[in-house]
Design a protein around this ligand. Structure first.
Ligand code: SF4
Length: 370
């Protein structure tokens, strides 16, 4: 695979971006198709609850907005590479190639629908390229200044900080390609656009990692088993970055309740009730989103105005209001409250003096996870 040529073509198209922008919609939508009951490779390597929520949302016709800047940058980069491959290899190139494979795991079929970012088919070989766009992922001092392209030795992740899951993802893609194209040579690569910190500079570069090992069948089966049984995040940070948590479809992974004030059997019941509550909240959120889509204005339901109801609110010029109250012989303090968001700032400004103007009160309230 000639990556020098590919990176040059990506850069050329990148420079002519305004002129090629109209071609971007020609490429397939990022929304990928799956067979009934099939899972993607990224799903297999992530929290299985995400896959469940994704399918429920799809059924309900709900699409979550893509907000992260990196995702947009990554999307643009992916499309540039795909345009470059299409321009260099024509019909030999297929974007988002579907790799469907049924794996028997403990007597049951586990359907895998892998989506390969870039697929090329030649007479004697097939090539798979998985694209990633990461920020500051590589920080080892590889060279004095970042070159345009770095091709690493096969499977060698020792000189760079590379997320193992990306590597594993390509190993699974390779396994599927070997199964689906048994008579052809298989080449697989991870192509990463990233920032590289070197001795003197920080700069963008493309890193190619040739992946020449595929996952073993037993490793893949274990991943499928884990996916069926361990319904929780695969990495500590997964909940923090999860858009389903951000949009209220999941409140995150709950650790079991510490049995501080509870007997063991009550602790189990509390855990199961909290999980049930979590499911119901996600369901409720889905229902609310569907209703928001269905009701475009305001309607009356059981005598109550619901839907997009106007709510009037006011903002006040506080110094002027305080003056007006004073003029009427009233004390502004009787009508104003300290803004919760400003309390820390006031504490910092007044130091211990704040205790002279506030009274402490402790109340207990019942708190549940959000
Ligand atoms: S918030 Fe955490 S537990 Fe919930 S779906 Fe996302 S990753 Fe999984």
């Amino acid at each position: 695979m000639n990556f020098e040529k590919l990176v040059k073509e990506v850069n050329r198209i990148g420079r002519e971006l305004p002129a090629v922008l109209h071609q971007l919609p020609v490429l397939p939508e990022r929304e990928l198709e799956y067979r009934e009951g099939a899972y993607g490779i990224t799903e297999l390597l992530s929290c299985p609850i995400k896959a469940e929520i994704r399918r429920k949302l799809q059924k309900a016709g709900i699409e979550l907005p893509v907000e992260a800047q990196e995702i947009e940058d990554g999307f643009l980069y992916e499309n540039l590479v795909k345009l470059a491959l299409a321009s260099l290899y024509g019909e030999k190139f297929t974007p988002e190639k579907l790799l469907s494979y049924d794996l028997e795991v403990d007597g049951e079929v586990f359907k895998i629908d892998g989506h390969l970012d870039c697929f090329l088919e030649f007479d004697d070989k097939v090539v798979g390229i998985e694209l990633k766009h990461t920020n500051l992922n590589f920080d080892n001092e590889l060279t004095d200044k970042p070159p345009q392209l770095i091709i690493l030795p096969p499977n060698d992740r020792s000189r760079i900080n590379l997320n193992y899951r990306y590597f594993l993802q390509v190993k699974i893609q390779r396994y599927l390609l070997e199964k689906l194209y048994p008579h052809k040579k298989v080449e697989t690569y991870l192509m990463v656009k990233t920032q590289l910190r070197t001795k003197y500079k920080l700069g963008k570069t493309t890193v190619i990692l040739p992946v020449t090992e595929s996952v073993t069948e037993e490793e893949l089966k274990n991943l499928c088993r884990l996916f069926r049984t361990e319904k929780k995040p695969r990495a500590k940070w997964e909940c923090k970055l999860c858009s389903y948590r951000e949009h209220g479809y999941c409140s995150g992974h709950e650790e079991t309740v510490e049995a501080e004030e509870l007997t063991e059997d009550r602790s189990e019941l509390v855990t199961s009730l909290l999980s049930r509550r979590k499911e119901l909240l996600a369901e409720l959120k889905m229902i609310e989103d569907q209703l928001k889509k269905l009701i475009s204005g305001s309607v009356t339901w059981n005598g109550q105005q619901i839907g997009w109801v106007e709510k009037v609110s006011y903002t006040y010029d506080l110094p002027a209001l305080s003056k007006l109250l004073k003029a009427k012989g009233l004390k502004a303090a009787d009508y104003f409250q300290v803004k919760t968001a400003k309390i820390k700032e006031i504490e910092r400004l007044l130091g211990s003096e704040i205790e002279t103007v506030r009274k402490k009160e402790v109340k207990k309230r019942f708190v549940l996870p959000r």
